[in-house]
Design a protein around this ligand. Structure first.
Ligand SMILES: [Ca+2]
Length: 457
């Protein structure tokens, strides 16, 4: 009997659209990511469902728009943070119900309360942290929202706090544990779901000399970015090598994506510098983490499943994080019609050339005091919609500056991927249409009732 396919999500944290050599990065190389791209479809218009960590991860786990999951902003770093609402089915649980062995290594950031933790959300095995980031060696969370927040130790193994990995570069721990899990699952003849949730290149910007020495000629901010990503790149290589060695590459679907765009926060500097940080690259895109301009949400992404979807293909079609939930579950043999979700199964589009199931996609970013400059600086609520080649951004933010008249920003994303020219005055009818789309979507997400999410309950 044909084995059920294995699934791997490799997620990076705050990696910019331009920071892979296969995405056009020229000052450092990511050979293993490039190899993964040659083994599958590389996307140029893949979206994270939010411009910050937690809501994108909530969409990954549920297949829903962030607001429906109860997670629209960043989950707090204390030990009382709530995460995804408890009545929503989550990917790890659902795959477990389909007979999968499940594991998470790395960042969770979907709640710290006991009931929100990974072992209560369907993960058989997990080693990781619950807050938004940790020091890569001490695994302490140092960066509270306010000055009142104290540092918190944040590393756990299967729900129990652990000091076992102190002093070890956490990126390498994620890789080692991921490879071990793949090997064990294969030995036990169990289909598996692995979430390799790398916290690089999120701050604190740290990499051992082993990686930094590869990039001696780069300026310091860029050098650390390159070093952190090079360590993840080695991890991608190790995971691919293990699948190859076990002969299960063709029966394993790997999705790689970053959870949002590059960070510009001053706290990325570790030398007291108070400039915005430009160590991460969004390529030609405007914006950055926390912005609904493309740089905040359009991310590097690859789906590899040799034998099922084509290899070495570049796709300009729209896809997003919330598509992973239905795509994996359908491929696992589940009846996905029972889920009331927003993501789509995109495998038929990739494997058989069927029409892309997305015609429009929405985003929001609620007011939040931002990490950008450490100040208590509330933003206006941002909204955005992409419909075909048109994109409308309302209250978009950009540390490089946004003119007052550009609070409503219309662009033709195909012709102007960098969102440089505001076409709102030239096409008021399109602005009106897209504003109506956003209003309709707001009504839908605001009136969303949990009871509707899972008709089998
Ligand atoms: Ca992130």
């Amino acid at each position: 009997m044909m084995h059920k396919p294995n699934f791997i999500v490799i997620m990076t944290d705050d990696q910019g659209y331009g920071d892979l050599s296969c995405m056009g990065c020229t000052d450092f190389k990511t050979p293993h990511f490039d190899r993964l791209a040659q083994n599958g479809v590389r996307f140029t218009s893949f979206y994270a469902n939010a411009p910050v960590c937690s809501p994108t991860r909530a969409s990954l786990m549920t297949g829903c728009y962030p607001r429906k999951t109860g997670v629209t902003g960043l989950c707090a770093g204390n030990r009382y943070a709530e995460g995804i609402r408890n009545d929503l089915p989550v990917l790890s649980e659902e795959l477990k119900n389909e007979g999968y062995k499940t594991a998470l290594f790395g960042k969770w950031h979907l709640g710290s309360l006991e009931e929100c933790r990974p072992h209560r959300k369907g993960f058989d095995k997990w080693i990781g942290f619950l807050a938004g980031n940790v020091d890569f060696f001490s695994h302490v969370f140092y960066y509270g929202w306010t000055r009142k927040t104290l540092p918190i130790h944040d590393l756990w193994e299967d729900g129990v706090e652990t000091n076992k990995y102190i002093g070890k570069y956490f990126t390498e721990v994620i890789t080692e544990k991921s490879v071990e899990f793949i090997r064990e699952s294969n030995e036990n003849d169990e289909p598996f779901f692995l979430f390799a949730s790398y916290n690089a290149p999120h701050y604190p910007m740290q990499a051992p000399d082993k990686y930094l020495d590869r990039f001696k000629n780069l300026p310091e901010d860029r050098r650390i970015m390159a070093g952190m990503l090079s360590a993840v790149d080695d991890g991608v290589g190790a995971i691919m090598d293990e699948l190859e060695r076990l002969g299960i590459t063709e029966n394993t679907c790997i999705v790689f994506q970053s959870d949002n765009g590059p960070e510009r926060s001053k706290r990325c500097w570790l030398d007291g510098n108070e400039d915005y940080y430009y160590g991460g690259e969004a390529g030609k895109l405007r914006g950055h983490k926390a912005s609904l301009f493309e740089g905040g949400i359009r991310v590097p992404a690859i789906i590899s499943w040799p034998g099922t979807i084509p290899c070495g293909v570049v796709s300009d079609e729209v896809a997003a994080t919330f598509d992973i939930f239905p795509s994996f579950l359908k491929a696992a043999g589940a009846d996905i019609s029972k889920y009331h979700i927003d993501g789509k199964d995109i495998i038929p589009h990739l494997s058989k050339g069927e029409k892309n199931p997305h015609d429009k996609i929405f985003f929001e970013m609620p007011d939040q005091s931002l990490i950008l400059d450490g100040a208590e600086r509330a933003l206006d609520h941002q909204y955005a919609v992409r419909k075909g080649d048109w994109k409308l951004v309302v209250n978009g933010t950009d540390v490089a500056g946004v003119d007052e008249e550009d609070r409503i920003f219309l662009s033709n994303i195909k012709e102007d991927m960098g969102e440089r020219t505001n076409l709102k005055d030239r096409h008021p009818e399109i602005v009106q249409e897209l504003m109506a789309e956003i209003e309709g979507w707001k009504e839908e997400i605001e009136n969303y009732k949990t009871i509707d999410t899972y008709s089998m309950l």
